[in-house]
Structure formats: structure tokens, C-alpha cells
Design a protein around this ligand. Sequence first.
Ligand code: 6PG
Length: 492
Amino acid sequence: MKADIGVTGLAVMGANLARNFARNGYTVALHNRSRARTDALVAEHGSEGTFIPTETLAELVENLAVPRRVLIMVKAGQPVDDVIDQLVPMLAPGDIVIDAGNSHYEDTRRREAALAAKDLHFVGIGVSGGEEGALNGPAIMPGGPKESYEALGPLLEDISAHYEGDPCCAWIGTDGAGHFVKMVHNGIEYADMQVIGEAYDLLRSVGGIEPADQAGIFRSWNSTDLASYLIEITAEVLGHVDAKTGKPLVDVIVDQAGQKGTGRWTAISGLDLGSPIGAIAESVFARSLSSQPEIRATAQQVLAAGTDPVTAPQDADREAFVEDVRLALYASKLVSYAQGLDMLTAAAAEYGWSLDLGTIASLWRDGCIIRADLLDVIMKAFGGRDTSRHPEPGTTAEGQPSNLLFAPEFRDAIAAALPAWRRVVATAVAAGVPVPVFSSALSYYDGLRRDRLPAALTQGLRDYFGAHTYRRTDREGTFHTLWSGDRTEVEA
Ligand code: 6PG
């Protein structure tokens, strides 16, 4: 018997994906650099399906049905290249190599081109949902050549999460498109967590609401248009008491946020593409700032002249404040989604991908970390899921909003939230509570809507010191003022 798929790299994500395939009736060949993990998986979970444990990559490949499908789940970077280098000589044209790790999309583009030259398919797939998702149904964002989806798509769709019967998996686009979309998912994930953090900080520092009570507030928010996995688990974390100290766990955890790099990649990519993704970038910077303990400690001494202590609002006001914060969170969250999706449009143009935003939003409705009721609304705002991409890719539906914020339901929701959003940002600024994403998202919104931006002055200054020229509002052409001469204007 040959296996339907081989999995190499059996740390928890790889092992869980392998088990997920097996539980869905696929025969799975297993390989790990050290045999012990393979044996442990078979010993503990062998009864879940049919596994073929193997000792070497060559043995793994020998045990695969044609076209061979080999899924690599090793640390992103050089380890992926190392496995590919070993695999390639053993494969035949038409075989499919799948990288399910959080690889950088440029690496995926390079690897795809190298394998295509050898008539092999290389498919970078974004997988979201953590360990639990990998086992029970993640959101899957596959890129790579679209022909590969015929042989691979059905397996991936079977193991993916399902939202009202739709698999949270669909072909995204060629080469690195899947990993790019997963990267942006993670950028949005950073912003989602940061806006939750800002809300928590405000409710505590300004509202005087302790974590245990906030747990109840977040739980109730989970029945509003904020309903999402991250809001749900925020209630869990805030409600958790540390067994050792009896304090809220959140007070015992060191306040320095880690990062593995995908948020940073999103910010860098946004800069490269000229996409204004300030809310996402600010959420990365917020983690960076938190992780500078020395300078923070120094600042607390040197910059001690702070703001006046804030008096917590009285009960009736507190309720209004909590609702204001909820609305500010929602509006800021919408902006970060708008920015992330806008960046996908920019990347599609840059890399020649035909990304369908409705389909992408549909994949994020379940299984992934940013899963939220909102994503179903976003999917519909972009004209729904493009079923022509399943399994064949389709073209972008006509009439999609060119920015999420222009979709009537979101335009109106933000307009309704706007007064509260401004009050919250103003309160935070007055109280000295940092709200980098609440405020940057609001500035993006105001920046988009503003009739005249000070960019005109920037252009004037650039022309003054560097003769960088400017365009005029009343005439075609490019102009320069002779700043160091008689200050007449010349056509450049
Ligand atoms: C997911 C997560 C997953 C992982 C992140 C965490 O979608 O399942 O995004 O990929 O948890 O890599 O990233 P940071 O360590 O950078 O927060």
C-alpha cells in the first residue's frame, strides 16, 4: 500500500497535520530527522488512521503514491531548503512538494521557480490555527501552480476547518501568494491583539476595571459584532488567577511581547509596496517597545513628569466609557482589516496574482487565529466567495469596494462609532495611556477623508531643498520654483 501523502518534520504542528490527514482517511507516510518522534506518534496515535513510519527521506518517497505529495513542516528558513535539496533528486516530474511552515513568500517564490525548472510542483501553504487547528481543522492558504491544486486541493480541503460547509481552504494564487496571504493574516493578528490590549489598558487605567471584571466585559463583547476567537480567549486569560500568588495571571506575566517575525515581515512588505498599513506596523512597534526593558526603566525615571492621575469614571459614566472603548476597538479593528486587504491588492498588482478578497476573507471565517463573525460580513462585502476558484481559479468579481471602509455596512458602522472613537483616543492621550493602534487607525481614517493633506507642503519643501519638483492643482505638468534665484516658476 502506498501513502496518499508524506509528512516530514513531526514536531507538534507536523504531527498534528499528519494525524488530521489520517483521521480523514488518508494513508500518511511519516518521517522525522530523529526516529523517536515518528515512533512516538505511531505509538500514541497509530489507532487514529493508517500511518507508514519511515526511517529516511528516501524511504518516505518510496512509500508514496504518484504523483508524490510530500509535506514539509520544519523551521522556516534554511531547514526548508535543506529538506528540498535532499528531496528533489528522488522525485519525478509532476510530484508536489508542500511547505506548510510560516515561510517568507519571497523564499517560496524562489523555491517555486527552482522546482518548476525541474518540472516539480512547489506549493507554499499558509496554515493558521495553531496546534489545535492543525489537528482539528486549520484555515489553509495554498499558493503554487494552479495545476497542483487538482491533486492536492481535495486533501487540504478535507483536513481544513469548515464554515457552514465551505472548506476554509481554496487556491489563493501562484507561487508565494499563499504564504503572502498568511503573512498578512498574521499582521492583522498582531493588530487584533494590540487593539484588544489597548482596550484592556484603558478599561483598567482609566475605567478602574480589574481583570476579573473585564473578563465578563470581554465575554459580553463576544456577543456583539466583535465576536471572535481572540475576544473569546481574552476573557479566558483575563479571568485566570495565578495559582501561586492568587493574583490575576495577567499581572504576573512579564509585559514584553515576543514575536517570531511574520508581523515584522508584513510591516516591511507594506513599506516596500507603498501600502499605508500603519495600524499593523504600529502593532509590531508596540511589541518592540514593550521588549526594551532597560530603556523603559530609564524612561520611568528620566521622563517621570507624567500626566495627572486619572480619576475613574463613576458607575453610569463607566458604562458609557466601556461602550466607547468597544466601539473604538471595533473601528480600529476594521481599519486594520482594511489596511491588510488593501495591501493584498497592492501585492496582487506587484506579483501578478489574481487575489480574490472575498475568497480570502471566507477562508479566515474559521480555523484561523483571526476567525471572527466580521469575516463573513467582509466576505459578503467583497461579493462573496468566488466559487469559480474551486477548483479552478476565477477572476476578481466586478464591483468590489476598492477599500473595505467604502462598503456601505462598514462605512456606516464607522460613522456611528466615530464620536466614541475620538473620545476614547482623546481620553487616552489626556491620561497618558498609549494607544498606538487606536490613534493611528483613526489618523488613517481621517487622512483618507481629508480634502487637502499637508503633503502639498512636503512637496514644496522637497522642491526647495532638492529641486524634486511638484505638480500643480490647476495645470498639467511638473514644476520647480527657482528658490535660490528669483523664485519664478519653471516647467521641469
Ligand atoms: C497562526 C499563528 C501562528 C503563530 C504565529 C505567532 O495563524 O496559527 O499566526 O502562525 O502563532 O507565528 O506569531 P508571533 O510569535 O510572531 O506572535
